[in-house]
Design a protein around this ligand. Structure first.
Ligand SMILES: NC(=O)c1ccc[n+]([C@@H]2O[C@H](COP(=O)([O-])OP(=O)(O)OC[C@H]3O[C@@H](n4cnc5c(N)ncnc54)[C@H](OP(=O)(O)O)[C@@H]3O)[C@@H](O)[C@H]2O)c1
Length: 298
């Protein structure tokens, strides 16, 4: 039995699609933990066991992990959390206890690139994600942290500004090249690990995408795919802080984003070498064609 958290999210939803296709022929049962089962497509609800509630809740994970062999773990965005520790390790603590109580064998979690780099201890959300990995690894389960760069899919939040103004923003220097991966590829990496559980111990599985790209590279590719100019506008960290605060994000989480984006501009995502094992397949151009262009045209 594989338990999937956050099945209505970008990664969790894609993971569920893959597992619904592949798990039955391996005799593998699926269970999801979902706050609102009504958000699951009808076809999905009929083929998975549903535990209703938040996977941050001790009573919920206690029910959900009974009989589980493997768990997909994702700490959800928590914009009003009092601290990053609360948002990641605090949210994960009930599950970490339940992994041990129920003898869960394997856990695959969504985390971030950066371990072992100079900025790892002061990188906001990245630092908190790495601490969450340590918490899970400390339970004794076999654990793989998917070490992710920024998601290409983050750009979907800017679909309106790309469409209406031909502009996208970020805080990185325009010519700093960095890895970026799709949530679909991250889900595929998770599915591979959850279905073939021959691995033991703890470690990271980087999901780096096929190439490093700068914001200027992305602007060029978006312009070519969308057939009209798209330019990059660099935002200062203070403007980022003001924008997040204006959207109601709490101070601790805003500070986490600022620290993380500063560390990204210092190269925290550049610590892992791309190899056939760490590269994921989808190019930015392909993602723009298949995901961004339909979203911008919608
Ligand atoms: N964005 C990046 O560039 C990046 C890079 C590296 C790592 N990450 C990590 O990736 C994760 C986000 O992944 P994602 O984009 O796939 O997530 P997402 O699409 O934002 O989905 C969030 C999921 O969490 C659920 N959720 C929200 N609040 C919850 C709560 N309080 N209790 C239980 N469930 C809750 C949502 O369910 P509902 O339908 O109930 O709301 C949804 O299923 C984060 O851990 C982040 O640190 C992100």
């Amino acid at each position: 039995m594989i338990v999937i958290t956050a099945p209505t999210g970008q990664i969790g939803g894609r993971l569920l699609d893959i597992l619904l296709n592949e798990a039955p022929e391996r005799g593998e049962e699926l269970r999801v933990i979902v706050r609102d089962p009504g958000k699951l497509p009808d076809a999905v609800r009929d083929h998975v066991d549903v535990v209703t509630g938040s996977h941050g809740d001790a009573e919920v994970v206690d029910r959900a992990f009974a009989g589980a062999d493997a768990v997909f773990w994702l700490a959800p965005p928590h914009p009003r959390a009092p601290s990053l520790e609360a948002a990641y390790s605090g949210f994960t603590r009930p599950a970490a206890k339940a992994f041990t109580v129920h003898g869960v064998g394997h856990v695959v979690g969504v985390s971030a690139l950066g371990r072992g780099t100079p900025a790892a201890g002061r990188a906001g959300h990245v630092t908190a994600s790495l601490a969450m990995d340590d918490l899970i690894a400390g339970t004794g389960v076999a654990y793989r942290a998917l070490a992710c760069p920024s998601f290409m899919d983050n750009l979907l939040r800017q679909a309106a500004s790309i469409r209406d103004d031909g502009v996208f923003t970020d805080t990185a220097a325009a010519d700093r090249a960095a890895p970026t991966a799709t949530t679909a590829d991250i889900a595929a990496a998770a599915a591979g690990l959850l279905l073939d559980r021959s691995w033991t111990g703890t470690g990271e599985v980087p999901v780096l995408g096929p190439e490093d790209l700068s914001a200027n590279d992305m602007a060029r590719i978006m312009s070519e795919v969308l057939g009209r100019p798209v330019r990059y506008q660099r935002q200062s960290l203070e403007d980022l802080r003001a924008a997040l605060t204006g959207r109601g994000v709490g101070d601790a989480i805003v500070q986490g984003y600022v620290d993380m984006m500063r560390s990204k501009d210092e190269g925290i995502d550049a610590g892992v070498r791309r190899t056939p094992r760490t590269a994921s397949p989808t190019t930015f151009r392909q993602w723009c064609e298949e995901v961004l262009r339909p979203a911008v045209r919608a």
